[in-house]
Design a protein around this ligand. Sequence first.
Ligand code: GCW
Length: 655
Amino acid sequence: MRHILCIALALVCAACGAHRGDSAPATPAAMAAKVLADGYPQPVELLCEADSAIIASDGFRISIPADGRATVTAPDGRGLLYGAYALLRMHTAGTDTVGADVVDNPAYALRMLNHWDNLDGTVERGYAGRSIWQWDLLPDSISPQIAEYGSRCAAVGINAAVLNNVNASPRMLDAAHLQKVKAVADALRPYGMQVWLSVNFATPMALDSLPTADPLSPAVAGWWQRKADEIYSLIPDFGGFLVKANSEGQPGPCDYGRSHARGANMLAEALAPHGGKVIWRAFVYSPADADRAKQAYLEFQPLDGQFAPNVIVQVKNGPIDFQPREPYSPLFGAMPSTPQAVEFQVTQEYLGHSNHLAYLAPMWTEFFDYVDPASLTAVAGVANTGDSHYLTGTPAADLNWYAFGRLAWNPRLTPAAIADEWMDAHVFVPGKAVPDSVRTSVRGMLLASREAVVDYMMPLGLHHLFAFGHHYGPEPWCDVPGARPDWLPRYYHRADRVGIGFDRSSAGSNAVAQYPDSLRRLFDNVDTCPEQFLLWFHHVPWTRRMHSGRTLWQELCAAYTRGVDSVDGFARTWAAARPYVRPELYDAVAADLRTQARDARWWRDACLQYFAGFSGMPLPAGVPEPGHDLDSLRRISLPITNFESPSDSLLNKFR
Ligand code: GCW
């Protein structure tokens, strides 16, 4: 049966939940009607009906027949909502013309943000203020930012949010907090969003004094079943649990000699009657193996086939931890009988927090160049939101939220196409003609920005040269007495008189063996290993000739210098674009670029001077003399927590 939902809010139909009225829309279909009424210049027909081309849930069709009246068709309200936003995008791009007939099905049913929000309002690795959930106000009062958040997620097709940190407080599941979660779920439902929670595996012990959290204990399993029943009685469309277990001090099934699969399956059984799922993270690195990059594979690959059908194993894109560049994690493709999700990090923990311009779509599409999107079940991104202005602290960080959502919908979109959409909608002054040269140079700046960060922080496969704790500035020399070796930069760069880099070849840790044969051979051979991963996989002599003809030392110096030069170039590009850019956005990005230029020099001077102590070689011609000597750089210690990005004044005071 065909249900005409709305023509410019004129008709009413219950089938997909549309309604007319002045109150806030209560369903995705009603939201679709409102989005179009507010943002589209013509009446639009919303049709709730099956269409054989709409093969995935949330998919939609947009057609504009000869009479010029656009129709959005979808089998359900969420599809209408995503179709409504797609029509707005087409309008901005000028492609909503007669004859248009677009069918768009999402690649994944689950496109989720993972919030690392704590109950005290802080956000782990969050650089955009405090938690937007405003836990203290809930459940009686809902921050208006939640609606803003919901609409920005819906605009790019994000349909699920894990509300709290994977380092989860057991209190998340107490009765009072579940009321707060219900309030957020109710507020996000009209935006098509499903709410999930991170859970602490030992919650039954902490909340109800059970003597154990052993997944094989019937009392423990019963506790989780009752908790799942309680949650679903409040939130019937609750998504499920995200779990960080036996990682960085979190409790888990291994505490009782049980496998990750046993732990995940016990929770999965509790959720299954309600249609819920468990997402179990593979971010583990016990000190058992000499190479942290091998850990997740060693622990999880043998468990392939042992997880319940409603468990998804979520793997970070790279084998270590969201570095500016990592090869993909070899766990992808190595568990063919287990649904897998990729975890990207939208928040810039390791890419200059919200101070640096770093458009991350090129990093994520680089991952998809290696990992077939079709092999994944879901895509997750660690959110970069908070209660600050723009919800992301800085407008440029909004681009990464936007790009994440668009790629989770369609991983084959190009970073350039996504940047264009975002620039048209958010960067340029509406209605003003923008010269092609300006558009091209701003796009070019965005596309080059992540590579610039790689260059001035960790080129050629270097990784984890960060300061201990806050991961903002450089500390390749960092030494913390008693710290785990794999928390210290020297473990990763291994610089010595001979060379630099981590030997993960077959002659070293043999991490290369975890990759499929063709890649194993490519990475294993120092002559064929892509130079962007060279020092990830090999310990390379300072004097080795690179493809450019330079020695490794010269190449390293050239990369750090190029990174600084790129940021200086961004500032020039941005200044030239000023007449066409929205003023508030202009000022914010210009300020970020000034900070970034100083930080890039800090990285270059610190790393090159420190590594020169090993190479014993002078800086090649063309590399500027450092602005600060190594001793003074070594003394820099930023007093920031895991919850904040350093302000300009703080940076200027301490460096
Ligand atoms: O990236 C690292 C972060 C931790 C984080 C952890 C994880 C939530 O430094 O802050 O903890 O990974 O992903 O679990």
